[in-house]
Design a protein around this ligand. Sequence first.
Ligand code: NAD
Ligand code: UGA
Length: 430
Amino acid sequence: MRIVVIGTGYVGLVQGACLASLGHDVTCVDINTERVQLLQKGEIPFFEKDLPELVLQGVDSRTLRFSSDLKEALAVMPQIVFICVGTPTAEDGSANLSAVQAVAESLGPLLTSQTIVVTKSTVPVGTGEKVLTWMGRDDISVASNPEFLREGRAVQDFFHPDRIVIGVEDDNAEQALQQLYAGIDTDVLVMNRASAELAKYAANSMLALRLSFMNEIANIADVTGANIQDIERSMGHDSRIGAKFLRAGAGFGGSCFPKDVMALEYTAQEAGYTPRLIAPIIAVNNDQPGRFVQKVIEQIGSVKGKTCAVWGLAFNKGTDDVRESPAIAIIEHILHAGGHIQAYDPRAVETAKHILGDTINYAASMEDALQSADILLVLTEWPEFSSADWSSVKQSLHSPVICDAKNFLPHAQLAELGFQVIAMGIPTQK
Ligand code: NAD
Ligand code: UGA
């Protein structure tokens, strides 16, 4: 099928490159001309596992093209146009739809009535309707096909999704989207457009709620002497609860959970319902990095004047994205308390520099970050961190203290080596 994808960020580029690899003819459009030039050379503007190979393959086989000229891109007469632009948080907490609106307004005069417009951006209920208005057209089919990928696992999530959700108002759009995804072996859930739009916010908010709930239990464990890892094991064994997405720590991050939870709250209030469960998800999460630093300070006395080695800046393993990363918030708390930071991340040093600038030192390797450091904080769950050479880490540090913000390190092994391990919801052994 002939496809145009608008927006070449984490979602648009993955969608474009993966659809091209399924044999579709894909043109990706972005207003960022630098980004388009980079992509035309087969280079990608951010780190995402397995994506560079797919982009190169698509460019080489000419099934994947990039353009900054929407009109030129639409000359292929696409059957489907995907809108994959950003929907960040506006000042009032709602989703800022200005990029979606700009795209719809540009598409209006250019499309034939045979083209189906599909919102893949995360957009509040009712946006499909607005897209029609912004296009100034009533002869075009607008569908919703929300994206559920995780950064760091985006390509794998595209080819092996838990489900594909299609929100449609007519059979034509349903058939086109069914045909498009025929190469993916999963359940395709068909519903109306409003349900698909809300289903995306519901999923992200449920996942975020789960994490904030587990972080609340970790905080209760901290004041009662229980161990959150045992509680996770017990809860995970309950098939009604399930074992995934239960890991407590110093809070969740990323570009979407916080913004989508806030946008859901805003949507509900606008529609006349004041939800009671949504706002605490964010409140708990906002406090968690500070609680983590507080726990560290309580355990070791003070961080004032201390050099803290940091491993991990990205909000998640497998990405260079630091948007809403708890690592950034933790570092800011430590700086505020008078500590010094020397940080390493396998991918996210450059992106972190945009936020932290020269307030911290950046290290070129895990070992480098440990030079003359007093303690070590591990803030992102990169696999190389959990399999570090702990004996040599112990030799490098002035004090054998490891602070695990993600509760993912081998705590028993570390304790045996004589480390003091500090983590949320886990009693600290000295
Ligand atoms: P992003 O910021 O990485 O990329 C957005 C891209 O759109 C940028 O390259 C930007 O230049 C381009 N753009 C903006 N206005 C444009 C216009 N008028 N014409 C053409 N291009 C334009 O965003 P993202 O992370 O890919 O997220 C996109 C949407 O997908 C958001 O609604 C987000 O909530 C949703 N989403 C993101 C993820 C994720 O993991 N990042 C997962 C699921 C859903
Ligand atoms: C999340 C959702 O998982 C995707 O389904 C969704 O498409 C996406 O948001 C989106 O809409 O943008 P993402 O934020 O990329 O994906 O990454 P996750 O793997 O969900 O991790 C989010 C945060 O939760 C990370 O900071 C991670 O460390 C944290 N997390 C995850 C925990 O603290 N504990 C866990 O058990 C799992």
